[in-house]
Design a protein around this ligand. Structure first.
Ligand SMILES: Cc1cc2nc3c(=O)[nH]c(=O)nc-3n(C[C@H](O)[C@H](O)[C@H](O)COP(=O)(O)O)c2cc1C
Length: 198
């Protein structure tokens, strides 16, 4: 409960996320195995977003890449929240290490994963996208996020805003972090509703 109050979560945010998903559920692009990548950031020891990323990658036959900040956040929850808050609110950068083996030119579709931090994208993902906008131009991109009860909050909009009209932004997906390990079906449906593999 303490965590829930801490994030300033409103039920309306979660509801908005659900209806947004439902309204956009039909939007899908055609692609091929080998043309899909999953790029994600995950912070907690539980690895909720990592689990989602691995499940999505398996279903999509995708290559998978984890982002790591050059300067890691504290492993202590309260301290990490304090470190992340001004970065999230100010949309500040948190530089990430070069991603070994990643060549964005190989992919048509990129799924991006992040925990919901302070109602928006975790800064390492925001930073990676911002720094690679030119390489992502013309691709189809889709956001998935895991959260602690807040639902979509601003993540779908903030993600789409990063790309403007430079990429095809597919509908985002929000998943509860605490139940992610029993959400395999929802994760697989997310993949099959966003891409059709030739
Ligand atoms: C710094 C920080 C800020 C968070 N802010 C929110 C939030 O605003 N809304 C929410 O629902 N959950 C919030 N959470 C909870 C995480 O989004 C959730 O636990 C997520 O599933 C963790 O993913 P991970 O295991 O991949 O790190 C926050 C967690 C941290 C560490």
């Amino acid at each position: 409960m303490k965590k829930i109050l801490k994030y300033g979560i409103v039920a309306l945010g979660a509801l908005a996320g659900c209806s947004q998903d439902a309204a956009n559920a039909a939007r899908q692009v055609e692609t091929a195995k080998g043309k899909v990548a999953v790029i994600y950031y995950s912070w907690s020891p539980e690895g909720n977003t990592r689990f989602a990323a691995e499940t999505i990658a398996k279903k999509a036959g995708a290559d998978i890449f984890a982002l790591q900040p050059v300067t890691p956040y504290s492993s202590d929850f309260e301290t990490c929240c304090k470190e992340a808050k001004p970065e999230c609110r100010g949309k500040l950068a948190r530089p990430v290490k070069p991603v070994e083996g990643l060549d964005l030119a190989k992919y048509d579709v990129v799924f991006f994963g992040t925990p919901n931090w302070w109602g928006t994208l975790a800064p390492p993902l925001r930073t990676f996208i911002t720094e690679n906008l030119a390489a992502l131009k013309g691709k189809s991109v889709a956001l998935f996020q895991t959260h602690g009860g807040g639902g979509m909050q601003s993540l779908g909009k903030d993600f789409a805003d990063l790309f403007g009209d430079t990429a095809t932004v597919l509908p985002p997906k929000a998943l509860g972090g605490s139940s992610i390990r029993s959400s395999t079906k929802a994760l697989e449906e997310f993949v099959t509703s966003r891409i059709s593999l030739k």
